[in-house]
Write a protein that binds this ligand. Sequence first.
Ligand SMILES: [Zn+2]
Ligand SMILES: [Zn+2]
Length: 258
Amino acid sequence: MKTVVDWNDIYASVRKELGDHRAGWADQLALVLEDVKHSVERHPGVFGDELPDVQQIKQKLGGLRVYTRECNQNILDELDTRVDEIEKTCEKCGNAAGIQSIQGYLTTLCCWCYNEYLEYRFDDAEAKWPRDLELDIADRFPDLVSADTASLKPSIGAGWLVLLGQFLQATEHVVRKAFKEPVVVQITDVKMSREGSIHIDFSKFDHCLDQLLRRIDLDSKRTCAKCGHRGDIVRKQDKANVLCAHCEDRGEWDPFNA
Ligand SMILES: [Zn+2]
Ligand SMILES: [Zn+2]
């Protein structure tokens, strides 16, 4: 494998490997490598007298990976610690961020860059989001509604549809795999509660779903109901809403008035 870091032009090397869309990480990693270079120059007794041979720099599964050929342990420890710090920031702009799976895509983006990405990918039209937007529970999960339910569309924001999809799949699995006693579940409504969490109404419910229900309740309280990024409960006079900073800033969205 070839060396990817030119120690005389660290910034350009790192930027080239990570690409312009990961400038937030590239800027920070370049600084880390500058520090490594100085450490080797100044303290060869501790860091060895050779600069590490960096073979690959990339984003993998939402994390930052820096692969080196075997080198001084103190350099490796330093790199590990500093890369862990970088991973707590947005790949694109360096804002505070955490790794998360959004629409099945593992990423470390702040809510602003994530929304910019969504707009670019779906051309500013939420209607072009994954087909989950048109989720009809009666159609996709017929075992989870009463026989006379022709159609049941959840009244929640698009940001929660992935959570809901996971819940419905897990519930369907429980219903289908129940072998001793049959488990009967009938959902009648899915909406956002005034407290800012997802609310699912059942005409038939089984307590073996308690755990799944608790999980989606908790997850909904920290997922932006509009875009699916990590969000916070925003409390207003008579109702609460879960939004990320980006969607809250946009202001105009009200799930109770959609
Ligand atoms: Zn960002
Ligand atoms: Zn949002």
